[in-house]
Design a protein around this ligand. Sequence first.
Ligand SMILES: [Mg+2]
Ligand SMILES: [Zn+2]
Length: 330
Amino acid sequence: MITVHPAVFLDRDGVVINNTELVTDYNNIVFEDTAADAIKSFNDIGMKVIIVTNQPQVARGMCSEADIKEINERIRKHFLDKGAVIDHIYFCPHHPEQHSDVPEYARKYRIDCECRKPKTGMITRAIGDHDIDISRSFMIGDRTSDILAGKKAGMKTILVETGSSGKDGKYDVEPDYVCKNIGHAARLVRRNLTTKAVILAGGRGERLMPLTKDIPKPMIGINGKPVLEHQISLLKKYGITEIILCSSYLSGKIKEYFSDGAPFGVRIYYPDEEEPLGTGGAIKNAEKFIGGAESIFVLNGDVMTKINVSDVMDFHERRLHKGYGYVRAS
Ligand SMILES: [Mg+2]
Ligand SMILES: [Zn+2]
């Protein structure tokens, strides 16, 4: 059996290092403060860490391909010394524009290649080299070309506000998430891959009769959208996209509206609940869908909240790692 891994594809300049100018000397590199811990946290949850970077200075005649390789190896070593493992660094040395003012050796790099982002050549190579499950993978970059490449390859995308901060405006593309830096992005990725949400949407809503005569309580519209949709948007905003919806009363209406969650950018599971089971019973009944999650976030289906899910999960995780006696969901 081939094991497939989720991967994080990192742009190099403006993400892992803060330089945005074309780097030709390792000694000029300024490392992003949060990068080493971020890479370690990707390592911890079994993600492959792949750097994909455009390095057109070769095509510009500013340095050789060997120079770029050496700089990349030193970057890799820098992180390895801190216990952070980068599995592979791919780079594109090309540039599509023809210029006569470049040295002879650089001219062969002036081609319209398949690897320069936003093309996906480097990503495709990495998928083959490292057995990557692209549907659970992320692209993290500071330019629109990074985001476009990630989207084209079928990944979720995060724009970081370091480096160019997406202000290059080259391509018209929206990232799935925007994070302050690679450290914040790592927390979001971790949450996405290790946390599931359970929404308890089983109540009859008798006190809301006759509003709940034909629809279940969590489907009541507020500001044009069912309460449940507000909750799903909230979870998605904080990176939680695996959602277990426990319902019984008029559950068909909920399934009809949300289906498998794809139109809402999440994945929804429905444990069958023949009769109302209450809070504990519903969670227990959802067990088979919870499996594999490190943490679960439980929400009542009839609350409107703008709670900062990230802060709540961080608090929970700090306690979990201190061993405060939480039971791991597995
Ligand atoms: Mg960049
Ligand atoms: Zn290339």
